[in-house]
Write a protein that binds this ligand. Structure first.
Ligand SMILES: Nc1ncnc2c1ncn2[C@@H]1O[C@H](COP(=O)(O)OP(=O)(O)OP(=O)(O)O)[C@@H](O)[C@H]1O
Length: 229
């Protein structure tokens, strides 16, 4: 089953700069893949189109059987609930506890308190943060803060998780830990799309890689082809 499809997508920003040019690819349910490329290649723009933070200039982005061009008004918030987002600087609420940060997407959905508490405890345990639920983000290490960001992004079991340079600030050991965490998500049905310019890290993961170059999809490398390198 295809969860995401880019069909000849181009994006020109006001002022005429072309960030993406006729990009086509599809992502299956339970697939993990990377998008890589130099600075300015269009990685963040590609992720923004999926979150409806930007709209394509030409072509179509399909999410399941929904054409995102037709998603307007209140349906935008509903669409965003199907997409979990992990940011480089995690964007946690610094005056709320770890548990409160992670609970946020469930509270916004109107989930009952008991069920919310149960789900938050379960995801924090899974990410090795079970004992830190009452801590404030400022009391955590950078790697722990990033794991809280990931817990918040996956707690509502999104169809797709997208992450823009999620290991940008972390040391190599922590980066590998975070990547292993992402790689475990597809088992539970969430597809994962990670933008990263860290080629070494991307190659080590041995997953499918989309290579962007000046907004064009230069290559779509399968895990098997990576293994041959
Ligand atoms: N809001 C905007 N208005 C105009 N141009 C933009 C805007 N956002 C991005 N761009 C341009 O579009 C191109 C692609 O940017 P994008 O942020 O998608 O690249 P990137 O691959 O994520 O880069 P980086 O690795 O540096 O984050 C760049 O040349 C950038 O300057």
């Amino acid at each position: 089953m295809t969860v995401l499809r880019f069909d000849s997508v181009s994006k020109q920003y006001p002022g005429g700069h072309t960030a993406l040019s006729e990009v086509s690819f599809a992502v299956d349910a339970g697939e993990m893949l990377f998008v890589t490329g130099h600075s300015g290649a269009g990685k963040s723009t590609l992720l923004k189109l999926i979150q409806l933070a930007e709209r394509p200039s030409r072509g179509a982005v399909l999410f399941g059987d929904r054409n995102l061009l037709k998603v307007r008004g209140g349906a935008i918030a509903r669409h965003r609930r199907s997409v979990g987002v992990v940011y480089q600087n995690h964007q946690l609420l610094m005056d709320r506890s770890v548990a409160e940060n992670v609970a946020l997407p469930l509270v916004l959905r109107g989930m009952k308190r008991a069920e919310t508490g149960k789900r938050v405890r379960s995801i924090l345990e899974r990410l090795g943060l079970g004992a830190r639920d009452r801590a404030l983000p400022s009391q955590l290490s950078a790697g722990e803060q990033q794991r809280v960001g990931i817990a918040r992004a996956v707690v509502a079991e999104p169809t797709l998780l997208i992450a823009d340079e999620p290991t940008g600030n972390l040391d190599p050991t922590l980066s590998a830990e975070i990547m292993a965490l992402f790689a475990s998500l597809p088992e539970r049905g969430t597809s994962v799309l990670v933008a990263s310019h860290d080629l070494g890290l991307v190659k080590r993961m041995k997953k499918r890689v989309l290579v962007l170059d000046h907004g064009r999809l230069l290559d779509d490398i399968s895990p098997e082809d990576l293994a041959d390198e």
